[in-house]
Design a protein around this ligand. Sequence first.
Ligand code: NAD
Length: 243
Amino acid sequence: MAKVLVTGSAGGVGLGVCRALLAAGHDVTGFDLQPSEPGVHSVIGDITDREVVRNAIAGNDMVIHLAATPDEADFLGELLEPNVRGLFHICDGARTEQIKRLVLASSVQVVSGHSWRQTIQIEDGPRVVNHYALTKLWLESMGEMYARVFGMVVIAARLGWLPRSPEHAAELLASPTGTDVYLSHDDAGRFFRACVEQKMEPGQFETLFATSKPATQTRIDLSHTTKVLGYEPQDTWPSGHAF
Ligand SMILES: NC(=O)c1ccc[n+]([C@@H]2O[C@H](COP(=O)([O-])OP(=O)(O)OC[C@H]3O[C@@H](n4cnc5c(N)ncnc54)[C@H](O)[C@@H]3O)[C@@H](O)[C@H]2O)c1
């Protein structure tokens, strides 16, 4: 059993992650601007407050960092504070509190500048088309640096499309690739549970795609994720869909 702090615990991804970790017997603390689910110890706070973040991290074994502005938005007004300053508070708080494992939510949007006609592999590298994805590239680089320099295990999870509202689900359906990069709540839970439980070496850094099974065509190659974590998606759109 691990003591895990989940930031963004009240959000679309966070709900599925907290449920899966609780069901697996882990001790889960949620950190969010809003209250977390029943069963989760809830800390209300803002990741842009360095001291509050450090206090919340203290005493945990691992941190799963989801709190962010979760899509493209004005860089200076909406992305900079949570996705850049807040990320630094999480990584640096994890270092100073000697957290062993840090899981950071990146996005498949870091590869959205590639051609989607072929299957995208981890080795293809990033190709961003907006400032949100740039903040996630910064997150991946910061995670790699903290693993290499400070010896932490860090996973940068390139999450697929997990609808957080009926409107977000409608956008997914309207996108030509949406149902192929879909991530269900249950698969997100399975993926993050594996991130917590899989044996890994100190200083190991991994960038891992996380999606459910494609509905029409394989756009994202999950073989590296399966090799590192043993994660196998079980859902295909619309199974596991909350709306
Ligand atoms: N849902 C997706 O399709 C998707 C895809 C790829 C990556 N992601 C990433 O996954 C993470 C979670 O996304 P989501 O879809 O659950 O978003 P969401 O908006 O549903 O949840 C985000 C949560 O973070 C909290 N939060 C935001 N700013 C905060 C702050 N300053 N301090 C504390 N808490 C704060 C919000 O209150 C919210 O509960 C994000 O990092 C996002 O970039 C999501």
